[in-house]
Design a protein around this ligand. Structure first.
Ligand SMILES: Nc1ncnc2c1ncn2[C@@H]1O[C@H](COP(=O)(O)OP(=O)(O)OP(=O)(O)O)[C@@H](O)[C@H]1O
Ligand SMILES: [Mg+2]
Length: 243
């Protein structure tokens, strides 16, 4: 029997009173990595925000289950404690909270130093989070942060966008290390990664890809095939393949 860690069924999500996502079904099993593709404004970040419980996104129909339990009405902190963690597309700056403070607050695992070095963020301990960070540094910190939070289910919103080629390799390798390391419960971690460039597919072994258009998942399948098809023929070629 498949052990689905995340189950999204018949999900409709609004932001305030604006309809954003419709009829979303998504099942992710323990240890699986899924990729989410889709044009600008199709609803990819909104889906991650809805999974995490970030306002103003709220579920108006359907359900989200994590390890079998409904989480769609839980606040963000409870979802984080249950094991959901996210690398944001555009994270906020936390003036007054340093990288070192964050590390101490989470009493984090000892590989932090090694991972800081791998992500070229050594010497950032006294920097206030995202304050004055370059675009690439912001993205790399989002990944490094996940080593501290150590979630069971990893959500990445365009982890490689705005990152130079060498650092994309570092980000890809880091994501792979996160995925290869079992979570605190000993279970394999799962992930959902949004990508426009597809570069990340060169580093990680993605199990399934989904294409979102106009707030709906219109097709799912082999991630590399989907990506190749979109590169060749554009999103118009997949928009009619409702599943
Ligand atoms: N709080 C909000 N109020 C109104 N509309 C919103 C809100 N949040 C998102 N939207 C709209 O919902 C749509 C989906 O936005 P979302 O950020 O999820 O897209 P995306 O697929 O992540 O796009 P991109 O690839 O550009 O990051 C967009 O048209 C956006 O303007
Ligand atoms: Mg987005």
């Amino acid at each position: 029997m498949t052990n689905n860690i995340l189950e999204v069924r018949d999900l409709d999500v609004d932001a305030g009173d604006v309809a954003i996502l419709r009829d979303i079904d998504l099942l992710v099993a323990e240890g699986e990595l899924h990729v989410l593709l889709g044009p600008n404004g199709s609803g990819k970040s909104s889906l991650l925000a809805a999974l995490m419980g970030l306002p103003p996104y709220h579920v108006v129909r359907g359900e989200i289950r994590f390890r079998g339990n409904r989480i769609d009405q839980l606040p963000i902190d409870q979802r984080a404690r249950l094991g959901l963690g996210m690398a944001f597309q555009r994270p906020p700056s936390l003036d007054g909270v340093t990288v070192g403070d964050f590390r101490e607050a989470l009493d984090a695992a000892s590989n932090f130093k090694q991972e800081s070095s791998a992500l070229d963020l050594e010497g950032f301990a006294n920097r206030h989070i995202n304050v004055g960070f370059s675009g690439g540094e912001i993205k790399r910190w989002e990944v490094l942060k996940l080593f501290l939070q150590s979630p069971q289910f990893l959500l990445f919103d365009e982890p490689e966008s705005g990152v130079d080629l060498e650092h994309i390799a570092a980000v890809g390798d880091a994501i792979n290390r996160l995925l290869r390391t079992p979570g605190s419960s000993g279970e394999a971690r799962s992930a959902l990664i949004i990508t426009h460039t597809g570069f990340i597919l060169d580093y990680v072994q993605a199990d399934l890809g989904h294409v979102m258009i106009d707030g709906r998942i219109v097709t799912s399948g082999d991630p590399r095939e989907l990506f190749k098809n979109i590169q060749r023929n554009g999103y118009g070629s997949v928009s009619c393949q409702r599943v």
